[in-house]
Design a protein around this ligand. Structure first.
Ligand SMILES: C[S@@+](CC[C@H](N)C(=O)[O-])C[C@H]1O[C@@H](n2cnc3c(N)ncnc32)[C@H](O)[C@@H]1O
Length: 307
């Protein structure tokens, strides 16, 4: 805000102090707080402009949209509250790619989204060593894990931070506009532009990984995304790990129900319960080995293999 009018700045700072974002020290003197320091980082700040530009109109328009469709449950199709409010026929990700900086802000937001929530990479959640590495000879040129729709690579970075000696190659796939911004963390992450609706080029990886991807798409699209992966999996060797919410039958947490409304509004999709996941995965030729859950289904890990 270099060059901003001092009176405007003074009013802005007073309001931020009144809201508890910063601390008022004396007249026109302020101190940062943990919140303002966090918001100075794009990773935490970017969710605000991203959703202000790319979601708020759809959220405000939701009551009118639901009245128009006579309060039916929004099914699949490119006529979501988002498309209604924004006057577009494009899917949110296609629209975001054409409306910079929304997509890059979304990537930063996603890198923070997972923080403070249960992580399957933590020792008390999913036994990585036992279930992915023991009894499997992963040579340096073998692919250990492909993060499909992995955004900027924050999950692979977390995996390397928490398991620095993990063997094999780690491949990060996303749309070209996202992959352009990805970093090759510690020289270990291989970014690759890939549309997950097209043929999966990496065959026979030990793990294909989808985090918060399938909740953006209705079943019909998810089935194609999954089939592209199953076609690349090696029977008896490859696993699919899906890191998503599993909506409990009773007592769902607000983090899940709020996200359910968000994906309904933006992409006409939904958070899935255990039966939904079983039905979807079986329809794509997969078998669930186990659903690993902490904290009431939030950020569960659905471990699958070819049926
Ligand atoms: C909700 S984000 C999840 C990102 C990441 N897996 C995470 O959990 O932070 C969904 C991701 O899917 C990517 N995506 C959307 N359409 C795609 C497509 N057709 N092919 C590949 N990636 C796509 C988006 O760019 C975005 O990074």
């Amino acid at each position: 805000m270099t060059g901003a009018d001092p009176l405007l700045l003074s009013r802005l700072m007073k309001h931020l102090a009144a809201m508890g974002v910063i601390t008022e020290h004396a007249c026109d003197q302020y101190l940062p707080s943990n919140l303002s320091q966090a918001l100075a980082h794009p990773k935490y700040a970017d969710g605000f402009p991203c959703f202000a530009k790319g979601a708020m109109n759809a959220i405000y328009g939701l009551p009118e949209y639901l009245a128009r469709i006579n309060y039916r449950n929004p099914g699949s199709g490119l006529d979501s509250p988002f498309q209604f409010a924004y006057g577009t026929t494009k899917h949110w990700f296609e629209w975001a790619a054409e409306n910079p900086p929304v997509l890059s802000q979304f990537g930063n937001h996603m890198s923070a989204y997972h923080q403070g929530r249960p992580s399957w990479m933590d020792p008390d959640f999913y036994p990585i060593e036992d279930n992915l590495l023991t009894g499997v000879d992963i040579k340096p040129h073998d692919v250990l894990l492909v993060d499909v729709g992995g955004s900027l690579g924050h999950d692979l970075e977390e995996l390397l931070d928490k398991h620095p000696t993990i063997p094999g190659r780690l491949i990060l796939q996303d749309l070209p506009a996202v992959i352009q911004q990805a970093r090759n963390y510690n020289g270990r992450i291989e970014p690759m532009a890939h549309d997950f609706f097209s043929v999966q080029p990496v065959k026979g990886a030990r793990v294909y990984y989808l985090h918060s991807v399938l909740h953006d798409w209705p079943d019909k699209d998810c089935k194609l995304i999954l089939q592209r992966i199953t076609a690349a999996m090696t029977p008896g060797h490859s696993k699919l790990l899906i890191n998503e919410n599993v909506v409990p039958d009773v007592g769902a947490d607000w983090q899940i129900t709020a996200l359910d409304f968000m994906v309904m509004t933006l992409v006409k999709a939904r958070e899935r319960n255990q039966q939904d996941w079983r039905r979807l995965l079986e329809s794509a030729g997969l078998r669930i080995l186990k659903i690993w859950s902490h904290e009431n289904g939030i950020e569960s890990l659905i471990e699958c293999e070819l049926a």
